[in-house]
Design a protein around this ligand. Structure first.
Ligand SMILES: [Zn+2]
Length: 339
């Protein structure tokens, strides 16, 4: 019989991360850009938890293949006098190992959201769950690669599975891209075969969301469902409007928007998080590919290190260009029926 281990406390785990040498990696920011190690990300998150003890709570949904807890952060804002059940939002990132800018954007959004929640009426009466690092093993593997000068394309989890092809909606082992390029898109042997997606699924079955943002890099795209089929979603018009409004709020340059399954003629993204949320729960999910600029492809450092394809040297500028549109997403009204 499997024994379910007790869930770690945030404080206890953080103490361990701060003491344990295995988390003592450092990233040379002059070379790789302004990115943070896993330990630094958790420390930054802890500052938010400490600053808003009544509004922000940290919880683990389970553990990765290497036993690392997968942390979520729940923020509940005050009603501001409003009544009625609040809309519920999900913001996830780093389901793919090397997409560090997505974690930076997620944590920045959490910081700004908590700072703004008491002043900004648009943010009153809502519940937002942030998952900055869904694939902690992948993240830690990449920070080690950076520290030790290895240049890997790193997308998968410890078992070599693309977690964002391991969800049940339109899951396929036989899809030709999964077969010819398993080092990029290995979907796993069955839906939710992986510890990370299986823990996440348990959580999603318990907690229903009106809206979800799935942060990735790169390309400067807003992708809406479906990804696994060319069939249009019921809310095609709603998504087009939402994306227009979001793009209008980008300060320097706008991303482009498209249904993910119609991005390229031969391409489908089968078994993704966003399709699962949309198809199974009716969650209005949106995938954001952060970062159009910052890719000086001919610079040797960029050309030969995949980390730099995915992560611009100045993540702060890229995130500033995006943050207002993410706030707009979080200001949407409730659509979920009563629980
Ligand atoms: Zn990705």
């Amino acid at each position: 019989m499997a024994i379910r281990s007790t869930k770690p406390s945030w404080r206890g785990h953080l103490d361990k991360v701060l003491k344990d040498e295995k988390y003592a990696t450092s990233i040379d920011r002059s070379v790789h850009g302004d990115y943070h190690t896993y330990r630094e990300i958790l420390t930054r998150l802890d500052r938010i938890v400490k600053r808003f003890p009544r509004d922000v709570s940290a919880f683990s949904i389970g553990t990765s293949g290497e036993g690392e807890p997968i942390w979520g952060f729940r923020v509940v804002t005050g009603t501001g006098g409003k009544t009625g059940p609040p809309p519920r939002f999900l913001v996830s990132s780093v389901i793919h190992a090397q997409e560090f800018i997505a974690a930076e954007a997620n944590v920045t959004l959490l910081e700004r959201f908590t700072n703004a929640m008491r002043q900004n009426r648009d943010l009153w009466n809502r519940e937002v769950y942030f998952f900055p690092v869904l694939n902690p093993d992948g993240y830690r593997r990449v920070e080690k690669d950076l520290a030790e000068g290895r240049r890997h394309f790193a997308r998968l989890n410890r078992n070599g599975v693309d977690l964002n092809r391991n969800f049940s909606a339109f899951f396929s082992r036989k899809y030709f891209l999964h077969r010819i390029m398993p080092s990029i898109w290995h979907p796993g042997y069955r839906p939710f075969s992986e510890p990370e997606t299986s823990a996440y699924r348990e959580f999603l079955l318990e907690t229903r969301f009106d809206y979800a943002l799935s942060l990735h890099s790169f390309g400067g795209w807003l992708f809406y469902p479906y990804g696994g089929t060319k069939k249009k979603p019921r809310e095609d018009e709603w998504y087009k409007n939402l994306c227009r409004e979001m793009i209008d709020r980008q300060q320097n340059y706008g991303y482009k928007a498209k249904q993910l399954g119609r991005f390229l003629p031969f391409f489908l993204a089968r078994g993704t998080e966003t399709d699962y949320l949309y198809e199974v729960f009716g969650t209005r999910s949106l995938l954001v590919e952060i970062g159009r600029r910052g890719l000086k492809m001919l610079h040797p450092k960029v050309l030969f290190n995949p980390f730099h394809w995915f992560n611009p040297h100045n993540p702060k500028a890229e995130i500033e260009n995006l943050i207002e549109s993410l706030f707009y997403f979080l200001s949407q009204p409730r659509i979920r029926p009563l629980d």
